[in-house]
Design a binder for this molecule. Structure first.
Ligand SMILES: CC(C)(COP(=O)(O)OP(=O)(O)OC[C@H]1O[C@@H](n2cnc3c(N)ncnc32)[C@H](O)[C@@H]1OP(=O)(O)O)[C@@H](O)C(=O)NCCC(=O)NCCS
Length: 165
């Protein structure tokens, strides 16, 4: 299994994966042109040349990074692929200097295991909700908002290093 950045020619395979979950609103529908335009945001899990998982990381917000469009091929559930994709997003958010990662999700336990904490949705900035316009649950959003503060390791700070082992 390989976790890597998506390639433009993989946009359709990513959309096919997303489409499994857009109808019931587990994941927001994203048109192919939008996936292609934002292909640099996408990370994929590849097994035997097949895309078996995908997610994207939106870093357009000040200090915030949103984990979006996380979906795994059902034949590959519970093998740690979702976790690996989220970990990769978190690492990339750190590299990009973001202070907080967030997600709106139904997969609460997966994110809890990675240290995300549930917060009141009102804690997220209003502009986050622009993307909800295409969501079937828009009027009665029952997703959970979860955040993870990101603390880059400071080599010059022995206390930080001691704390993290
Ligand atoms: C949710 C989803 C991404 C999980 O992917 P995955 O690769 O199976 O997840 P992992 O193997 O990394 O699971 C890690 C933990 O998450 C939790 N988890 C994963 N799937 C779960 C499920 N269906 N029900 C309850 N907990 C689940 C478990 O705690 C699991 O740990 P465990 O296997 O040791 O019990 C996948 O089921 C999926 O694509 N679902 C549909 C789309 C979706 O809801 N995406 C999330 C949008 S943010």
């Amino acid at each position: 299994m390989m976790i890597r950045s998506a390639k433009l020619e993989e946009a359709e395979a990513i959309q096919n994966l997303l489409l499994r979950y857009t109808e019931n609103g587990q994941v927001l529908y994203r048109p192919l042109a939008e996936i292609e335009a934002h292909i640099d945001d996408f990370i994929v899990a590849v097994h035997d040349d097949k895309i078996v998982g995908a997610c994207s990381l939106k870093t357009a917000w000040d200090g915030l990074a949103e984990i979006r469009s996380l979906c795994i091929d059902p034949g590959y559930y519970r093998q740690g692929i979702g976790t690996a994709l989220v970990r990769e997003c978190v690492e990339r958010a750190l590299v990009k200097g973001r202070e907080t990662a967030f997600v709106l999700t139904y997969a609460v336990s997966l994110f809890e295991k990675l240290g995300f904490k549930t917060v009141d949705k009102s804690m997220l900035p209003m502009k986050v909700w622009n993307d909800c316009q295409g969501c079937i649950h828009q009027e009665r959003c029952d997703e959970t908002a979860m955040v993870l503060p990101l603390f880059p390791l400071s080599k010059s700070d022995p206390a930080t290093l001691a704390e993290t082992g």
